[in-house]
Design a binder for this molecule. Structure first.
Ligand SMILES: [Zn+2]
Length: 281
């Protein structure tokens, strides 16, 4: 079987800063699942818009500089940013949260993050010298025992520390009314393993135990999830760019039952190689 959708490690040169010249990296909205579109608008970080039938949910909000693209992409597929009811943040980093304040002001949406990452949001929010953070107000915190529901969606959250102490993963089902088929969708909230080296954990106040926890979660919990439609949080995590179809509403190209497990196990392996004293060579 040819594997089109896989983790394609790319050292993204713009992840360390807010995005410069976003128009150079513009990407159209494309449908990722029956009622889910990636409206991130650029070729780095994703922002998933869920049409619940009773308002919109947005998972992650992209960079400050690419916010205009995100808003344009929402309109381009016939929705209005004012109709966002809930914003779900995967983890505290700038590339996922910097559009949040403006979208919150525009829509009055709830803003959800883990309690664990809210600590880091508060610690780094004013650090605009070293980190390009844009502050926003979290209004709700995840409780993994209580799914987030709106309209047709029931979203289960799972704390998956490692990339940050509070990285949160999402899983939910989405049914295509035209075919009657239901797809299991999931997004890992932080599989950028570069931040799990001892040096990077030190820099951002992370914990080495979280790197071990990441490995354990990926291998023993997440890899066992049955996922039809993996939703990468960055485009390179799903080899997305070369596969965006001519028909942007054709989500069938992303149906890849092998991809989720492959991705979880390969990311766990990458972290294990950082800690040979723990995992062997
Ligand atoms: Zn991150």
């Amino acid at each position: 079987m040819e594997k089109k959708i896989f983790y394609a490690p790319v050292n993204h040169p713009r992840c360390g800063d807010d995005l410069e010249h976003p128009w150079k990296y513009a990407v159209p909205a494309y449908r990722a699942a029956p009622h889910v579109w990636n409206v991130g608008g650029q070729d780095d970080v994703c922002a998933y818009l869920l049409d619940t039938g009773e308002g919109l949910i947005l998972i992650d909000t992209g960079y400050r500089a690419s916010l205009y693209l995100l808003i344009d992409r929402i309109y381009s597929i016939g929705y209005r940013p004012q109709d966002i009811k809930k914003i779900l943040i995967s983890h505290w980093h700038w590339d996922h949260v910097n559009g949040c304040a403006a979208l919150q002001a525009l829509s009055g949406a709830e803003v959800w993050i883990s309690k664990e990452d809210e600590v880091y949001h508060q610690r780094f929010k004013d650090d605009t010298r070293d980190l390009p953070m844009v502050d926003y107000t979290a209004t709700h915190f995840y409780d993994d025992n209580i799914p987030i529901t709106l309209g047709r969606f029931t979203i289960h959250t799972v704390l998956t520390p490692g990339h940050t102490p509070g990285s949160t993963s999402f899983r939910f089902e989405d049914t295509d009314e035209e075919t009657g088929r239901t797809y299991r969708c999931a997004m890992h909230g932080g599989i950028g393993v570069g931040l799990m080296t001892p040096e990077m954990l030190e820099r951002f106040g992370g914990h080495v135990e979280d790197a071990y926890r990441f490995v354990d979660d990926c291998e023993n919990k997440l890899a066992n999830w049955d996922v039809d439609l993996p939703l990468p949080s960055h485009l390179n995590q799903g080899n997305v760019l070369p596969n965006i179809p001519e028909d942007k509403s054709d989500y069938s190209v992303w149906i890849a039952g092998y991809a989720w497990k492959d991705s979880m196990l390969s990311r766990a392996e990458a972290v294990k190689q950082m800690y040979p004293e723990v995992y062997g060579k």
